[in-house]
Design a protein around this ligand. Sequence first.
Ligand SMILES: *Cc1c(COP(=O)(O)O)cnc(C)c1O
Length: 388
Amino acid sequence: MINIPYGRQDISEEDIAAVQAVLRSDWLTQGPAVERFEEVVQNYCGAGHAVAMNSATSALHAACRALGLGPGDMMWTSPNTFVASANAALYCGAGIDFVDIDERSYNMSVTALAEKLNSVCKKRGLLPKIVMPVHFAGQSCDMREIGRLADEFGFSVIEDASHAIGGRYLDRPVGDCRYSSIAVFSFHPVKIVTTGEGGMAVTNNAELAARMRLLRSHGVTRDPGLMKGPSQGPWYYEQIELGYNYRMTDIQAALGASQMRRISDFVRRRHAIAARYDKELAGLPVVLPWRNPDALSAYHLYPIRIDSSRTSRSREQVFTRMRNAGIGVNVHYIPVHTQPYYLTLGFKDKNFPVAERYYRSAMSLPLYPALDVAKQDIVVDELRKALA
Ligand SMILES: *Cc1c(COP(=O)(O)O)cnc(C)c1O
């Protein structure tokens, strides 16, 4: 029986040895391996600071808190994302709204963003404190333009770069934060690099990094410079904020640092597989992913659209047939605002028609470093049959 998942981690003997070494050491949780992993990612991205956490969800929440998001504030993100991006604002007690996506890139549309900002401004409504673009499938959003709007309208930018470590934008690594305050990576097993569970926030702002470090560990400090009162002894620490336990373990960080040695191979493999899909699927009644010339995607996903103008097969028929053939296709994403929880907040189907239309036709094909030519041929063959 064929079983080809849509994504899968790639673990080497070196990765296993790195984890074993931590298990034999004095530190299991946040310790020297976390610091080393942070340094590796920070250098790779060319960012000033890196703060590892136990998930990207935690890192997005801490990033929002560090930027002061709270009740009475608003955050805007893309509807074409995992629920975690939007939930980060709700954890802070802030309001959430969405900006529809671009037809070609499936990323937040900068045209729609500019229109919405201008319209809210004209009505003297509440402008967002934070805009969170999501680099869908690993391809960067139009960050230069989002950065320009941030300057004009006075909001901060958090990049949800969960899909995009290893990607590039305007010849610089995603995560250099040239056009944002903070960027966040995920190390979930289906993402580019994994730590099992894990995430990291990168920033060029030392104060934001310090705030996220504090929030990562209960809001507790041992730094006399930050304390409100005099030290009561060498045991003394102070809680100066309401923080969380968002710490990454050294076990996870050792895996992450070891994985980072192969990130270029991972991205190269993903590009080779994507290029082969581009070639093999040309001519089928599907829309292939668009490549933005300003960006080099990390190719977390290979999302296609079933083109209903050229086939009578529905997305559901194609999807079911692929799954029945043992091929783990997936759909990214159910628009967040159409989730039952978000409907209770007042969102409606039809609020963001481009994302909804995209969703109805979308299907992600298997894409991971160990997907070899033989397996990929099976995927292509099955897709051809499913569309016939
Ligand atoms: C995976 C993912 C997250 C959450 O990452 P975790 O590390 O699992 O918390 C957030 N946003 C997007 C876009 C994701 O794909």
